[in-house]
Write a protein that binds this ligand. Structure first.
Ligand code: UD1
Ligand code: MG
Length: 453
């Protein structure tokens, strides 16, 4: 086995009871992606030789989710939740014989970056040949975290868990951030020695520091940010992590050539793809699977989900693009317009109060205000095919399945149930009737009635 190879163990056997949720904690989403997937995304960037996720019993949903990830982790089951060291031991079998570097992290700490994981691993290569390497952070309040205790010469002696802190101990204020790496040769031997002689009667992974120290083995400390160490135990923590993730995504968008009047009101997904010279007005939400090409303007209060927006398009204000919406180029989708599973070819304009679902609209076509594709009859969904350079008047109902040929005109207020030929006019409204002087006669008679009273 190549000693430079890495095996990663992700601990996620926690029940997450404080989330008060039917959904397992690590499947809660941050920027639209399950926390566990975000962690495994970073793990994948390390190209690990092996990877295992430790789960509790009855966590089949998480197991299925995890194995579907591209990093293809093995699943290890920790039958009883007896502490973090116990959890790592549970993974030993799934990992198999391995004397490369072991990297441990948590499934509920989704902000940790691959670069930081690499720094923790790299610290094992220091001249002092440390056996262990730990990610540290310095929060304002060390609160519930494990803190490092240092010797006067700076050597790392042990970690003291918050619950085991007594007045005679002088901790350093540096806390463990939940990521550690061990040299494969000594790691498993030290792990086997971890006991449960502490207040919680748990097998603490953090006891490794003292065990190493007693054997003259060094622990290296790698400083990280408070943000990256932020774990999720409650919905409050989840909101804090979401904020930080949004901050990162917004910064990346700005750096990539996107203008946002108020970035704090724009919500992005983990996979939102934005081109250059895009203008985004306030209060815009991007769900998963959105691609936006160059020179697009997205006006205020638009909700975009699973849509592909081509160059030069103008969206909103108050537009809703749903999955399968494909706007090819220079398309205008205005206020209170909803597009779902529909292709709008180059130059299509649908500027007001319209629903285009399960449809294709040809290039240069103008869709009038209040036009609706009636795609659903209560049982099935049907397609509407509209050609190029069609003019659809206001308040038109297109009852699918139906086709409108190139260059046709549909009169306002029509209910179109039959195909319309190219270049034809289709109108289905009742003919206008006019009664001369009727309005005046009515006005006069009403006025006379009022006078009598
Ligand atoms: C742990 C550390 C603490 C560190 C903190 C950082 C220990 C003893 N303490 O404390 O030093 O500052 O993380 O967030 O390691 N887990 C299992 N099986 C178990 C126990 C835990 O899989 O038996 C998993 C949990 O799902 C979670 C992670 O390990 O993802 C951490 O467990 P948690 O109970 O939150 O540890 P802390 O008390 O926060
Ligand atoms: Mg915790």
């Amino acid at each position: 086995m190549n000693r430079d190879q890495i095996c990663v163990i992700v601990l996620a056997a926690g029940m997450g009871t404080r989330m008060k949720s039917d959904l397992p904690k690590v499947l809660h989403r941050v920027a639209g992606r399950a926390m566990l997937d975000l962690v495994l995304d970073e793990v994948k960037r390390l190209k690990p030789a092996r990877c295992a996720v430790v789960l509790g019993p009855d966590m089949d949903e998480v197991a299925q989710h995890a194995t579907a990830h591209a990093v293809q982790p093995k699943i290890a089951i920790q039958k009883e939740r007896l502490g973090t060291a116990h959890a790592v031991r549970a993974a030993e079998k799934a990992i198999g014989k391995f004397d490369g570097t072991v990297l441990i992290l948590y499934g509920d700490t989704p902000l940790v970056k691959a670069e930081t994981l690499k720094r923790v691993v790299a610290a094992l290569k220091k001249k002092s040949k440390p056996a262990l390497s730990w990610l540290t952070f310095a929060p304002e309040d060390p609160g519930a975290y494990g803190q490092f205790v240092l010797r006067a010469d700076g050597t790392v002696e042990r970690i003291v868990e918050a619950k085991d802190l007594t007045p005679d101990i002088d901790p350093s204020g540096q806390c463990w951030g939940g990521v550690m790496a061990g040299d494969g040769k000594s790691f498993w031997q030290l792990l086997a020695k971890v006991g449960r002689n502490n207040k919680q009667r748990e097998y603490y992974l953090t006891e490794l520091v003292a065990l190493a120290y007693a054997r003259g083995l060094d622990s290296a400390l790698v400083e990280g940010s408070v943000e990256e160490a932020q774990g999720v135990n409650s919905r409050f923590d989840l909101a804090v992590v979401e904020q930080e993730m949004q901050h990162r995504l917004r910064m990346a968008a700005l750096a990539g050539g996107v203008t946002m009047i108020d970035p704090t009101t724009v919500f992005l997904s983990w996979d939102t793809k934005l081109g250059r010279d895009i203008h985004i007005e306030p209060n815009v939400f991007f769900g998963a699977g959105v691609t936006v090409a160059d020179h697009v303007t997205i006006k205020a209060n638009s909700h975009i989900d699973g849509a592909d927006i081509g160059p030069g398009c103008i969206i909103g204000p108050f537009a809703r693009l749903r999955p399968g919406a494909k706007l090819v180029r220079d398309v205008h989708v205005g206020n209170f317009v909803e597009v779902k599973n529909a292709v709008l070819e180059t130059g299509v304009k649908a500027n007001h109060l319209t629903y285009l679902g399960d449809a294709r609209v040809g290039s240069g076509t103008n869709v009038g205000a209040g036009t609706i594709t009636c795609n659903y009859d209560g049982y099935g969904k049907y397609h509407t095919e509209i050609g190029a350079n069609v003019f659809i008047g206001s308040d038109v109902a297109l009852v699918a399945p139906v086709k409108v040929g190139d260059g046709a005109v549909i009169g306002a207020g029509s209910v179109v149930t039959k195909d319309v030929a190219a270049d034809a006019l289709a109108v289905t409204r009742a003919e206008q009737k006019e009664i001369k002087g009727w309005a005046k006669r009515r006005r006069d008679s009403q006025a006379a009635k009022k006078k009598k009273k």
